[in-house]
Design a binder for this molecule. Structure first.
Ligand SMILES: [Zn+2]
Length: 401
């Protein structure tokens, strides 16, 4: 019971210690981060805590090893003591047997002298001796042999006393070791509790770090800079692959330099659809710009999309109708507008306004990165144009997005 109380107290103490350790940063976190920069500072804070826990863990582990080795050594000593006690016991038994044998030898010796005189006792034998010289000689012999045995017995008794004292001493040592082992075991169990706590805290910090990293990653995909207020970052959806902007069609003009009009074609032209056919967002994102009745391109929509964590600007040109609004969030199911280019083209219609369209088609362009399409960044956008991904060779029809 005392032990339970003691170990619960130590757990509470450890909890109190780690409470400040663990929850202090949370009070810091209670002050909501307002920028990616601040989120990163919090992450660094968490990582520092993780490092601290790791070093606390290493420290505790080495203390646990030390206590285990103490316990092991104490048990080894106990083993040695137990062997020594056994040895002392054997010596005592052996000595007692030797004493018993010596006593018997004395008895036999005395009996021998008695028997030689027809059952008379020893004193009678001495007094009845025929010759004084013989009596003296025999008395001397008996005395010498008796003294020899007495000495032998005395030595053995001393040995027994010595071994008994040793036994007591070993018993005391053994008790001391038992006390030590108890203390080591208590310390070890406290260390194990501590270790469990450290593991729990580390796991908790790991979870927090993971969440913080995800948060940072998310805001990096929706914010323009590390210092932009998070509340102003757009929460656009993301795509993890490209879809075609039209359900069916064929590429009629490739991306890149075109000799027939001596021009760099900023996207692919998709033909094979009648005017009014719906055009979809090729990836999820947001409407970045809407341009009506441009003299080259007609009705144009720019999308800012994110595909596999990378940002792209999409261009939809020559539309008959625009179906989205500026800043509107779009998914791949969103109709951006409809195919135009025939009735809007100055080449085919007197009321047309788009001098760059030669028939019904979608001009679809893709640039790496997000650009606000104005005079200052138009060159940036065109410098980052890429061949729109996911289309079959020129002239090859597709019937599925
Ligand atoms: Zn084009």
């Amino acid at each position: 019971m005392r032990k339970i109380v003691k170990s619960s107290l130590s757990i509470i103490f450890a909890l109190l210690l780690t409470f400040s350790y663990l929850f202090n940063p949370l009070t810091v976190h209670a002050k909501q981060a307002t920028t990616i920069q601040e989120l990163k500072e919090q992450l660094a804070d968490l990582q520092a805590q993780k490092a601290k826990q790791a070093s606390a863990k290493a420290q505790t582990q080495s203390e646990i090893r030390a206590q285990k080795s103490n316990i092991y050594k104490a048990y080894q000593e106990k083993e040695t003591i137990s062997n020594e006690v056994e040895e002392a016991k054997n010596k005592i038994t052996e000595s007692e047997e030797k004493i018993e044998k010596a006593s018997k030898d004395i008895d036999n010796m005395l009996k021998y002298y008695q028997l030689n005189e027809n059952g008379n006792n020893y004193m009678d034998y001495i007094s009845d001796a025929s010759s004084v010289t013989e009596v003296i000689m025999r008395m001397k012999a008996v005395e010498q042999i008796t003294t020899y045995y007495d000495n032998k017995i005395a030595t053995l008794k001393n040995l027994i006393t010595e071994k008994q004292n040793l036994q007591v001493e070993l018993g005391n040592k053994n008790n001391e070791l038992n006390t030590k082992i108890d203390a080591y075991s208590d310390a070890l169990s406290e260390l194990n509790d501590q270790m469990e706590l450290i593991d729990e805290i580390s796991e908790d910090i790991d979870t927090q770090i993971k969440a913080q990293q995800d948060t940072i990653k998310y805001y990096q995909s929706v914010c323009d800079s590390e210092t932009q207020k998070l509340s102003t970052c757009t929460k656009d959806p993301q795509s993890f692959g490209w879809l075609k902007p039209l359900v069916k069609g064929r590429v009629s003009s490739l991306f890149g330099y075109r000799s027939f009009d001596n021009n760099f074609h900023s996207g692919v032209d998709i033909a094979g659809n009648a005017e009014g056919t719906p055009e979809y967002a090729a990836a999820a994102g947001r409407v970045a710009q809407v341009t009506n009745r441009s003299s080259c391109g007609g009705n144009v929509v720019y999308l800012h999309v994110t595909v596999n964590g990378k940002r792209y600007t999409l261009i939809y040109a020559h539309m008959l109708e625009i179906k989205v609004k500026l800043h509107q969030v779009v998914t791949t199911d969103t109709v951006i507008g409809t195919v135009g280019g025939y009735s809007t083209s100055t080449h085919y219609s007197k009321s047309g306004y788009d001098r760059c369209a030669y028939g019904a088609h979608l001009h679809f362009g893709v640039a790496n990165g997000w650009y606000h399409v104005d005079y200052s960044s138009w060159n940036q956008l065109t410098a980052h144009l890429i061949n729109p991904p996911g289309f079959p060779a020129k002239g090859v029809w597709w019937y599925k997005r």
